[in-house]
Design a protein around this ligand. Structure first.
Ligand SMILES: C[S@@+](CC[C@H](N)C(=O)[O-])C[C@H]1O[C@@H](n2cnc3c(N)ncnc32)[C@H](O)[C@@H]1O
Length: 208
């Protein structure tokens, strides 16, 4: 299924799919010009705004996500812009942003799109600018064997959405045009009575 359609369908059904707060964004966001990729239901955007960036632009492939996010965040506020765009073809100039926040979006792309997305992020970041990254890692409980395999470590979920699981080696490879790369794998158990449900994520930072 077309991914835009799958996301629009999901947001029409449930606007508040993810409830957990996005914690631990770095304070360097303060006073900077930020691009958030894949705004979704705005939980990471909320945390970005709390850190008082100079300007924030948030994009999403899904018109439904953008419509909902615009309702939640003040669209009259000149310093917050929310618009439909595809990360593989960013409608921005070279070197426009200080920081790109890329949380749980690259996993929704197939391999050639992930590569294009990273190239586009590199293009729109200023020299010395940074990417702040977080996404699913190999071994996360969502990587279920019964789901259809689309590519290596990439599954098609029952809702029609693609989900990829990263290793640190793959991330170092796709972000090879960036320097000062630092990735950390974190394991947690989100449901206390279901210890077999291991949440495995990778956080990272890198610089142009
Ligand atoms: C899991 S949500 C991420 C939510 C948000 N970043 C957060 O941390 O809460 C992934 C979002 O990426 C969007 N997306 C998927 N493919 C995209 C693409 N090619 N370009 C831009 N956004 C995309 C989806 O529509 C969805 O809203």
């Amino acid at each position: 299924m077309n991914q835009k359609e799958a996301w629009n369908r999901l947001y029409k059904k449930n606007q508040n799919k993810w409830r957990m707060e996005t914690l631990g964004l770095p304070k360097i966001i303060n006073g900077k010009n930020i691009l958030e990729i894949g705004v979704g239901n705005g939980k990471t955007l909320k945390s970005i705004i709390e850190l008082k960036p100079a300007k924030v632009t948030a994009i999403d492939l899904s018109e439904e996500a953008v419509k909902n996010a615009k309702k939640k965040f003040s669209i009259e506020n000149e310093s917050i812009k929310i618009r439909v765009a595809d990360v593989t073809r960013l409608p921005f100039k070279k070197g426009e942003f200080d920081i790109v926040v890329c949380y749980y979006i690259l996993n929704n792309l197939i391999e050639n799109e992930r590569k294009k997305a990273v190239k586009e992020m590199h293009r729109v970041i200023k020299p010395g600018g940074k990417v702040i990254f977080e996404d699913f890692a190999l071994g996360d409980f969502r990587q279920k064997e019964e789901l259809k395999r689309v590519e290596e470590n990439t599954l098609l979920k029952n809702d029609g959405i693609i989900c990829h699981f990263f290793s640190i080696a793959e991330l170092k490879y796709i972000f090879s045009d960036f320097r000062n790369k630092k990735f950390t794998k974190k394991i947690s158990y989100p449901i206390t009575h279901k210890k077999e449900l291991e949440r495995v994520i990778i956080s990272g930072k890198m610089q142009k």
